[in-house]
Design a protein around this ligand. Structure first.
Ligand SMILES: NC(=O)c1ccc[n+]([C@@H]2O[C@H](COP(=O)([O-])OP(=O)(O)OC[C@H]3O[C@@H](n4cnc5c(N)ncnc54)[C@H](OP(=O)(O)O)[C@@H]3O)[C@@H](O)[C@H]2O)c1
Length: 360
C-alpha cells in the first residue's frame, strides 16, 4: 500500500508535536506538509520550534524531533493547499479550526483535535472502542456540505478515558448516572494561552472554562446510537467537576456510576478488561495491546506510572469498588493520556481505522 500523504496543521503546538512524533516511521502514513500560524510560516520546522527571543527549542514530545521533519518548511495554515494530500490532521485552537477546517475539507478528510465542529448534527465523534461505527455518518456530512473530504473531530481529552470505560459498562449493565471529578495535567492547556507555572505549582486550579459542558455533551454523544439522521444521545445523567493539577501529562478522573443492573466489582473489572477486543482484531498499527488495564493495587493508577501504558493509548483503571451512594453503584479511578489517546495518537488510530474500512 502506498503511504498516505499527510499534512499537520498546528504542527508547532503541543498536540501538533505529538502528531509529528507519532507519525515518524508510521507504516501507513507519511508527513508531507507542516503548517502553523503566520508566526511560524516560512521557517524550517526545526527553526519554527525555537522561541524567537530566547532561542530555546520548544519541543514537548518525548525524545528529539524526528530528523526528517526538521527541514520541512512550515506553511501558513490559511494558505495550505490540500489537493495533493490524502489527509489533514488539524491541531489548532477552536477559533482557527472553525475557519480553516472547512477550507481543507472541500477536498480532503480532516481529522481534528479541536472542538469547533464536535457539536454539529452531521459530525460524528469517533473514539476507539466506543463509537467507531458512527463513522458511516461522514457520508451524510459530505452530501449535506458538498465536500469531497469531511471533518472528524477527536473528542475532548477529558471525556476520552471516561467514555472508554463507560462504554463496556453501558453495553453490559446499562449506565444511568455518572459523577466525575477530574485532576487534569497542565499540558492539556497547550502552549497558548497555557497554564503559568506560577499558578500551577503547589496548587489546584478548580475551574477549566467550558470543560465540564464539553465532557457531559460529548459523553452522551459518544455513547449514543448512530442512525441515518445522526446520533441520538445516550440518556445518561452526567455531572462533573474539572480541575487542573500540577501534573505534566495525563488526566486522572474519579468516577462514580449508577448501573442499570446490579454488578459486583469483579464483574465490572472483567468487563473493563475485555474492552476493545473486536477492534484489536483489525491489527491497526496504533491500537494498544489492551484498551483498558485494570490494576488490583489500590495505589494505582497514577499519572506518572500509568499515562504511558500502551504508549499512551491504554486507559489505566484502579480502585474498582462499590459506590454506596447509588443503587447498583460502582466507582473507580482512571488515568488517560491527554496528548496521545486524548489527541494525536487517538486521531491517528481513527485514521488507520478509516483506511482499513476503505473510507480514505
Ligand atoms: N494539549 C492537549 O492535551 C490537547 C488534547 C486534546 C485536544 N487538544 C486540542 O488541540 C488543539 C491544539 O491544542 P494545543 O494544546 O496543541 O495548543 P498549542 O500548544 O497552543 O498549539 C497551537 C497550534 O496552533 C497553531 N496556530 C495558532 N493559530 C493558528 C492559525 N490561525 N492558523 C494556523 N495555525 C495556528 C500554533 O502555531 P504557532 O506556533 O505558529 O503559533 C500552534 O502550532 C486545541 O483545539 C486543543 O483544544 C489539545
Amino acid at each position: 500500500m502506498r503511504k498516505k500523504r499527510v499534512g499537520i496543521v498546528g504542527a508547532t503546538g503541543i498536540a501538533g508535536q505529538q502528531f509529528v512524533a507519532a507519525l515518524a516511521g508510521h507504516p501507513w502514513l507519511r508527513v508531507k506538509r507542516l503548517a502553523a500560524s503566520s508566526r511560524s510560516a516560512g521557517k524550517p520546522y526545526g527553526e519554527a520550534l525555537r522561541d524567537a527571543s530566547s532561542g530555546q527549542l520548544r519541543w514537548w514530545a518525548a525524545g528529539e524531533p524526528p530528523a526528517e521533519s526538521l527541514d520541512i518548511m512550515v506553511e501558513n495554515g490559511a494558505e495550505l493547499v490540500t489537493k495533493d494530500l490524502d489527509l489533514v490532521f488539524s491541531a489548532v485552537e477552536s477559533d482557527a479550526a472553525r475557519e480553516l477546517e472547512p477550507l481543507y475539507a472541500r477536498t480532503t478528510p480532516v481529522l481534528s483535535t479541536a472542538s469547533a465542529f464536535r457539536y454539529e448534527d452531521d459530525v460524528p465523534l469517533l473514539l476507539p472502542g466506543v463509537s467507531m461505527e458512527h463513522a458511516s455518518l461522514v457520508k451524510r456530512q459530505q452530501k449535506l456540505r458538498g465536500w469531497e473530504g469531511f471533518i472528524l473531530p477527536q473528542p475532548n481529552c477529558t471525556v476520552t478515558g471516561l467514555a472508554i470505560t463507560l462504554k463496556p459498562l453501558h453495553d453490559r449493565f446499562g449506565v444511568k448516572r455518572v459523577s466525575m471529578v477530574s485532576m487534569q495535567g497542565i499540558s492539556g492547556a497547550g502552549r497558548s494561552p497555557g497554564v503559568l507555572a506560577l499558578d500551577a505549582i503547589d496548587n489546584i486550579i478548580p475551574y477549566i472554562p467550558k470543560e465540564e459542558e464539553k465532557v457531559c455533551i460529548e459523553a452522551r454523544k459518544l455513547l449514543g446510537k448512530a442512525s441515518s439522521r445522526g446520533v441520538s444521545e445516550a440518556q445518561i445523567d452526567i455531572s462533573c467537576t474539572c480541575t487542573r493539577v500540577p501534573v505534566l501529562e495525563g488526566h486522572t478522573e474519579a468516577v462514580s456510576v449508577e448501573l442499570g443492573k446490579k454488578a459486583t466489582p469483579a464483574q465490572v473489572t472483567s468487563t473493563l478488561r475485555n474492552a476493545g477486543k473486536r477492534l484489536a482484531k483489525l491489527g491497526l498499527p496504533s491500537f494498544p495491546e489492551r484498551l483498558i488495564e485494570v490494576h488490583e493495587d489500590p495505589f494505582r493508577p497514577q499519572p506518572r506510572l500509568d499515562r504511558d501504558l500502551g504508549d499512551g493509548m491504554t486507559t489505566a483503571v484502579g480502585r474498582v469498588r462499590k459506590e454506596p451512594l447509588y443503587r447498583n453503584g460502582v466507582k473507580y479511578l482512571l488515568v488517560s493520556h491527554n496528548t496521545k489517546m486524548g489527541a494525536a495518537t487517538g486521531s491517528i488510530l481513527v485514521a488507520e481505522y478509516l483506511i482499513h474500512k476503505g473510507m480514505m
